[in-house]
Each structure stands twice: as C-alpha cells, then as structure tokens.
Design a binder for this molecule. Structure first.
Ligand SMILES: *Cc1c(COP(=O)(O)O)cnc(C)c1O
Length: 377
C-alpha cells in the first residue's frame, strides 16, 4: 500500500499532521467553539428564498467581487465595531481560514516568515506551512497574556514579514489591549515593515471594544473576522477582513476567480438580515461563558480569564487523561496541547449544566493542581 511518505510531497510537509479536532458522536459537544444555537426558523426560510433566487442563476459564475455581501459586512462592522468601514476596505472568503491563506499567499511565502504568540490558533502556523512561509513561535506570559515589551523584542529580533495577534486568543480566551497592538505594529514597521494580522474571530464575545478602529492610519494592519462563531454559521464558511483598500487590492492577486459561490453569498446575505437575532444569542452565550468561568473556579479549577465563547481550565497533572474522563461522562471538550489545560466551549444552559456536573466528578477523579491566586477566577 502506498503511504504519504511514498509520494513526492514537499519536504516541509513530511511527518506533519493535518488539523484534526475529533468529530465524535457524543451527547454534549463543546470542543470546537461552535455556536450551540441552530439558526432561527425565520432565517432558515429566508435562506431558502435567497438560495432559490441564486439557483435560478447557477448557470452563471457568481459575482467575483461579492460586492453586495461585502457592502453588508461593511455596514455590520460600521454598526458594531466602532469604526466606519466602506466596501472597498472589506474582503470576504470561504471562512477566515481562507482569508488568512490569501494573506499569507500575498505577504508570506517561500523565504518569508510569520510569527504568532503561542499557545494560539494552530491554523496560523499550519496555513503558514501550507503556503511555504516560515513559522516563528513567539512568547506569551505564564498567565497567557502577551507582554508588550517581550513580544516587541521578538519582532525586532526576527523581523518577520507577517505578525499574528489573536484577540480574543484561541485557545486561552485572553484579549490583547489596543495599546499592545499599537506597540507591536510600530515594532513590526520598524523591523521590516511587515503586515500585522489581528484575528478577531471571537470579537463579538469580548468584554472589550473591537480592535478594528486601529486600521485607521495603519495601512499594514488587517483585522480578520468570521461568521462561524458569532453568527452561528460555521457550516456556511464565510470569513472576512477589514483593512486599507490597498490590502483588498493586493489579495486579488492570489484569490481564485469566483472563489465564493453564489449559494454562499446568498446565504450569508440572508444571515446578515437577521443580525439582531443572532447577536441576541451572543449576549446569552457571553452570560453562559461568564457562568462557566465562575463555576469552574468555584469547583476548584484554575480558569483563564476569557473574552471568547469558551474557557480554558486546569491544571491537570495529565490533560489527556482528563479529556478522556470528560468523554467518559459524555462531554467532548478540547485538548489543545496546552500543558495541564483543557478548553470548553460555552453551549446551551443545559449543555453547560451537563459539563459542570462532569467537571465536579472529574475534579474528584483526576489529579488537579490547586489554583494559583493571581489566575483563579
Ligand atoms: C474559529 C476560528 C477562526 C474561524 O475560522 P473560519 O475559517 O472562519 O471558520 C479563525 N480564527 C480563530 C482564532 C478561530 O478560533
């Protein structure tokens, strides 16, 4: 039988593993930061209408520039992210992962490097590798925040072409202050200049305002967003960026023609019509996230402060065995490879109750280190 290693694959892909959060059939699935609420019926009906309209034109290629969708996304950002954004500053693709891929194809690539502050979103490193961009793992503090001076020094030393700042950060939940982003942007411009990508996939769940206004006067700053989390539409595959119009022009050089299907554009437009209902779910999820953080702390776990729709907790002597213990209790959480920690997504109140019941039992079954004072919730 032929294996991967028998194929003439690129050297840097040899021995690597693909992205692979387990998709297991378990009663309570809180492992991939999905929104637990199915789309409301009125929206489902509207999607059917708009997709039927799109279907009548499926013999034609879609709008290559997705102008109507980008206009809707720009209006959404203008209304919710504290900064006026025009259609020429917004670009959309199949998930923010494709946005990140297009950015790395444009600004990274062979002979270039990207830096992120670990632990962070594993796809930043994986898409870097896939685009031939060298990956540098930058530092994060013991409380999982990014220290401005340490991070700026790493940027000055390595002079990367692309800097990833994930805020709120996955898998830790920690947000990055606007002052830190300003300082790291300045450090990146002094060192190279390089592109700074702020991944705000969880922006809507944060206690803090969006970092989007920072794109003003910073032509090399990009903010990426997604409809996968706040809009409850992970299955849709729509992500987007906001930046200087020149960045939107630049990614045209690498995007595949007609990359965003007519069906996808129609569905996303229908979802945008229901923004207020969907943001109502976000409010409920933020309250549930705060409840998870508080109750996990009360049970005796160390919980990392969270601005996202999930919480990181521990510290387990063996996080894989703790992950398995949750699974044995019918709850799928995520082991992101952060030593001693697991991550749980905020689900419905009933799912969170089931998780917390399991968490009480697992606390007795597993060896859990007592919280250190400054990090406990
Ligand atoms: C979930 C997530 C994304 C979203 O990816 P999509 O391709 O838009 O589904 C992007 N960045 C981070 C940090 C995420 O956790």
């Amino acid at each position: 039988m032929t294996g991967i290693d028998d194929l003439p694959i690129r050297d840097e892909l040899r021995g690597q593993s693909p992205y692979g959060a387990p998709q297991l059939d378990v009663p309570v699935r809180l492992n991939t930061n999905e929104n637990p609420y199915p789309l409301p019926e009125a929206l489902v009906a509207r999607i059917a209408e708009r997709v039927a309209e799109a279907a009548r034109n499926l013999n034609r290629y879609p709008d290559r520039d997705a102008v109507e969708l980008r206009t809707g996304l720009a209006a959404y950002l203008t209304r919710t992210a504290g900064h006026r954004v025009g259609v020429e500053q917004v670009w959309a693709a199949n998930g923010s992962n494709e946005i990140i891929q297009q950015l790395l194809q444009t600004f990274g690539g062979p002979g270039r490097t990207a830096i992120g502050f670990d632990p962070s979103y594993s796809m930043h490193a994986l898409i870097s590798r896939g685009t031939g961009t060298g990956w540098l793992a930058g530092p994060r503090d013991a409380d999982f925040t990014v220290d401005t001076a340490t991070a700026a020094r790493a940027i000055a030393r390595h002079a990367p072409d692309v800097v990833f700042i994930c805020s709120p950060n996955n898998p830790t939940g920690t947000a990055v202050a606007a002052d830190t982003v300003r300082a790291l942007y300045d450090a990146a411009q002094a060192a190279k200049p390089s592109m700074v990508i702020v991944d705000e996939a969880y922006g809507e769940f944060s206690h803090r305002p969006s970092l989007l206004p920072l794109i003003e006067g910073r032509p090399n700053l990009v903010v990426t967003r997604t409809m996968s989390k706040a809009f409850g539409a992970a299955g849709l595959r729509v992500g987007y960026l906001a930046a200087d119009p020149a960045v939107v022009d630049a990614v045209q050089l690498v995007r595949l023609p007609y990359h965003l299907s007519s069906v996808t554009q129609a569905t996303a437009l229908a979802a945008l019509e229901h923004t207020d209902t969907l943001l109502g779910y976000v409010q409920q999820l933020k309250a549930e996230r705060d409840r998870l953080v508080a109750e996990l702390g009360a049970i005796g776990y160390e919980v990392t402060e969270s601005d996202a729709n999930f919480a990181q907790f521990g510290r387990f002597a063996d996080s894989h065995s703790a992950w398995q213990a949750f699974l044995d209790h019918g709850v799928l959480v995520r082991d992101n490879g952060v030593p001693g920690r697991l991550r749980v997504t905020a689900g419905t109140p009933a799912e969170n109750d089931a998780f917390l019941d399991a968490a009480r039992t697992v606390r007795k079954e597993q060896h859990v280190e007592a919280p250190s004072t400054e990090e406990s919730a």
